[in-house]
Design a protein around this ligand. Structure first.
Ligand SMILES: *Cc1c(COP(=O)(O)O)cnc(C)c1O
Length: 377
């Protein structure tokens, strides 16, 4: 039996009727753009993140962009982030007119290494965006300490970390602002596109609220130049139902990760980094390091086990960011990770039997003599 990377159908089976009924309500009330369902979801998501405020937006990239704009980040400013994120983190910085400045990562957590932060700060630095990659939070205490020392803002890119915790605090609640994506494949996924910004700061919340709605404070009174980045009412209705199930889903992911950990512990050539002692991952992805990653990826594909790579090329080596002039060797830890990382199937409904099969096939593929290469076919 093939094993999918992610099985959204299995996830929807349990609450499909409830979600469809909820969508029906939105249709009956014609509350399509913004409106009561978005407001309700915002309240519930803020409570989930343990923040005072949540603002629903169109997607995670908008969330990051509006967060930066709310802080006044603009032309000439620098924003520090990690080079091994999804490109949206850097795009949001660029779309403010600012420049992304990358800092290499910690090799065990795959997140921004706080020890390297201070070396990247200049007179132009305005903010830091740690990325809680694969579901695990960055080491926030030292990051917040450096930010406080230098008067910098911190935006958490929590697009892969809904419900993750750092010393008992939830993703999004530690920095000045936190950004989430509800892209369908995320731990909390819409039936389309959506995102949110969370914050404890009423003033920043108001700024984001205005920015996502054409800079409108009241109808047709535009105090700043904003954008159309509102959350869709139907997505809010879907998310409201799915949010109730998120803690359970995250717990199931953690259990699956534990099973993987046990099975892969003694497999030569496969390394699963130990969990950080500073918090609880929500395992958006289950990432291992393997030598000859592309060969292993291909071998798993042949055995019908869907794997992924997050991400094969660090942002500073993307053609889109060639103008930064950062060649290979600029961030060796992130670059080595990009060559080694392999994401295995991970979702709440994955069964212990499926995990055992993935682990068995992975061990076989990694151990297989490199016949194909040796023969040159
Ligand atoms: C998904 C993701 C984003 C972007 O979210 P979209 O909703 O796709 O715009 C940003 N940062 C990270 C780390 C992500 O994983």
């Amino acid at each position: 039996m093939p094993i999918p990377f992610l099985d959204l159908k299995a996830q929807h089976a349990s609450h499909r009727a409830e979600i469809l009924a909820s969508i029906g309500d939105v249709v009956d009330r014609c509350a399509f753009a913004g409106g009561p369902y978005v407001e309700k979801f915002e309240q519930e998501f803020a409570a989930f993140c343990r923040t005072g405020h949540a603002i629903g937006v169109a997607n995670g990239t908008d969330a990051l962009w509006f967060a930066l704009l709310a802080l006044g980040v603009g032309r000439g400013d620098e924003v520090i982030t990690a080079p091994n994120s999804f490109i949206a983190t850097a795009e949001a910085i660029s779309f403010c007119g600012a420049t992304p400045v990358f800092v290499d990562i910690d090799e065990h957590t795959y997140t921004l290494d706080p020890a390297r932060l201070e070396g990247a700060i200049t007179r132009r630095t305005k903010a830091i965006i740690p990325v809680h990659l694969y579901g695990q939070m960055a080491d926030m205490d030292p990051i917040m300490a450096v930010a406080a020392r230098h008067g910098l803002w911190v935006i958490e890119d929590a697009c892969q970390a809904h419900g993750a915790e750092y010393r008992g605090r939830r993703a999004g609640s530690i920095g000045h602002l936190g950004c989430f994506s509800f892209y369908p494949g995320k731990n909390l996924g819409a039936w389309g596109e959506a995102g949110a910004v969370v914050t404890q700061d009423l003033h920043l919340a108001e700024k984001v609220r205005i920015l996502r709605d054409h800079g409108q404070e009241t109808k047709y009174h535009h105090s700043v130049i904003g954008w159309n980045g509102r959350m869709d009412g139907i997505q809010a209705a879907v998310l409201q139902v799915k949010l109730r199930d998120l803690d359970r889903g995250n717990a199931a992911r953690r259990e699956n990760a534990l099973i993987y950990r046990g099975l892969l512990a003694d497999v030569a050539g496969v390394r699963l980094e130990p969990p950080a002692d500073h918090g609880t991952s929500v395992y958006h992805l289950l990432v291992v390091r393997v030598a000859g990653r592309d060969r292993v990826l291909e071998g798993m594909g042949r055995r019908e086990i869907a794997c992924g790579v997050h991400y094969p090329t660090p942002i500073h080596l993307q053609p889109a960011y060639a103008h930064l002039g950062l060649g290979p060797g600029s961030f060796p830890i992130a670059e080595r990770s990009a060559r080694e990382v392999l994401s295995l199937p991970m979702f709440p409904e994955l069964t212990a039997g499926q995990i055992a099969l993935v682990a068995k096939e992975l061990a076989a593929v990694v151990a297989a003599p490199r016949l194909v290469e040796a023969l040159g076919v």
